[in-house]
Ligand binder design. Structure first.
Ligand SMILES: Nc1ncnc2c1ncn2[C@@H]1O[C@H](COP(=O)(O)OP(=O)(O)OP(=O)(O)O)[C@@H](O)[C@H]1O
Length: 259
């Protein structure tokens, strides 16, 4: 019950998180929140600290200071509960290329304690949602880059997470595949999933409910895409981002609409 009450308020809370590598401060006190059903774009140029933040959010290592809570569960004190509510797609592909699509998802479901009929049904649902039902028995190696990413998204959804973390998930995809993946993730808002989408591609943030700009380990700005543009006194989000990060080399890319 307590859990449900917390879920209704925040999917993800990050408070004053710090992380250094030796003397290099990668995160200098970062705070952010994601609400259920909210798509938050975390924009930062290379080296901003996005991957470090995602490693903390996925429990790969602990922060030097600060707190991460997933649906109210403290990542350090209740890691199993916190991690159980997270779905993640990492920058680097983490599928087994020689297993079938379905086998990759079965393995993941088991890790989350889901087996038997329940596992089958959830995997079938996830694959159907992403238009991959007919590829279930193909080896991942036979899939295009875009479909591999979709399999990773399906896998991230099998245990019905409250928070979805996407770390530069469109790297290496062509514009149409990027657009498709983004559309699939944007659609998850309707189910109440809170999404943190990290990218250095400004156009991927255009449809976000909120944009957070991370630069050199600090949050520089936060707001709707429109409010960031207005506050910067420029014409576009790309220009606002460039102004804020002082030529931090954003790539605008181009997203073709798949609609
Ligand atoms: N293992 C490490 N050892 C030392 N420094 C590191 C390590 N990992 C990251 N850094 C440094 O920490 C800072 C943040 O890096 P991080 O990879 O988190 O940024 P990023 O925003 O994800 O960038 P990119 O998109 O290039 O991966 C950078 O200055 C980077 O050089």
């Amino acid at each position: 019950m307590h859990e449900d009450v917390v879920v209704a308020q925040w999917s993800l809370q990050v408070e004053e998180v710090r992380k250094s590598y030796g003397t290099r401060e990668a995160l200098k006190g970062v705070s952010l929140t994601v609400r259920p059903g909210e798509f938050v774009a975390l924009l930062g140029p290379n080296g901003a600290g996005k991957s470090t933040l995602f490693q903390l959010l996925t429990g790969l290592f602990n922060a030097d200071g600060g707190v991460v809570r997933v649906c109210g569960h403290d990542m350090q004190r209740e890691p199993v509960r916190a991690l159980g509510r997270i779905g993640v797609v990492f920058q680097q592909m983490t599928l087994d290329l020689d297993l079938s699509v379905e086998a990759n998802l079965v393995f993941h479901a088991r890790l989350h304690g889901i087996a038997g009929r329940e596992s089958k049904a959830r995997i079938a649902d996830a694959l159907q949602r992403l238009g991959l039902s007919e590829r279930a028995h193909d080896r991942v190696r036979e899939l295009s880059g875009g479909n591999r990413r979709k399999v990773e998204l399906a896998r991230a959804l099998v245990h019905k997470p409250s928070v979805l973390l996407m770390d530069e998930a469109t790297v290496g995809l062509d514009p149409a595949s990027r657009r498709q993946l983004l559309d699939e993730v944007l659609a998850l808002r309707e189910g109440g999933v809170g999404i943190l989408w990290a990218s250095h591609l400004v156009d991927e943030a255009e449809e976000a409910d909120r944009v957070i700009v991370l630069h050199r380990g600090k949050i520089l700005a936060e707001g709707t895409p429109q409010s960031l543009v207005a506050a910067s006194g420029v014409a576009s989000l790309a220009e606002a981002f460039m102004t804020m990060t002082e030529g931090g080399e954003p790539s605008s890319g181009s997203l073709q609409s798949s609609k």
